[in-house]
Write a protein that binds this ligand. Sequence first.
Ligand code: HEC
Length: 152
Amino acid sequence: METDTVPKTFVAGSFLADAKSGEKEPLGNRIIEIPEDFVQFENRDARSRFIAYVPVGSVKKGEALAAMGVGNPPAQCATCHGAGLQGLGAVPALAGRSPSYFVRQLYDFKQGARAGTGSESMKPIADVLSVDDMLVLAAYAASLPVHGAATQ
Ligand code: HEC
């Protein structure tokens, strides 16, 4: 969801949760991702969903960057990740993925922390992405509908 303000959150273990204080704070240039229903998530209900708040305009910016491609020559995300970023063969789907996870993976490819077999395709791409690029790409991918398989 694109927004300028988010509910105040607190760190609940390894993720953020709505503090339910009724207070809001500016989102700024961040993605805030919280469970829609904290108790349902804590109870490990497989139907529990997350909501990701992203800066206004980031989905369109990410769509444009994914289509334009990254690097020289430009590599478009859909060339490997498939139409609608639904995945292609062994290349993972990006549609509907958690933006926090998404940015973490790009960051780790760039830093070399994720360097397993298969990561060679992503390293040169992640190398030229700024954190702002990662943010808008994550917002765009998360906004895409997931076809076929159940949402994770
Ligand atoms: C040349 C092919 C290629 C292109 C182009 C490409 N990717 Fe990838 N991407 C891969 C492969 C292969 C993997 C799986 C890497 C692995 O196994 O570690 C991957 C993995 C990822 C992951 C981690 C997914 C996961 O499940 O952990 C993200 C995020 C990602 N790519 C984002 C992007 C974005 C954003 C773009 C466009 C800017 C892009 N990729 C373009 C081949 C590509």
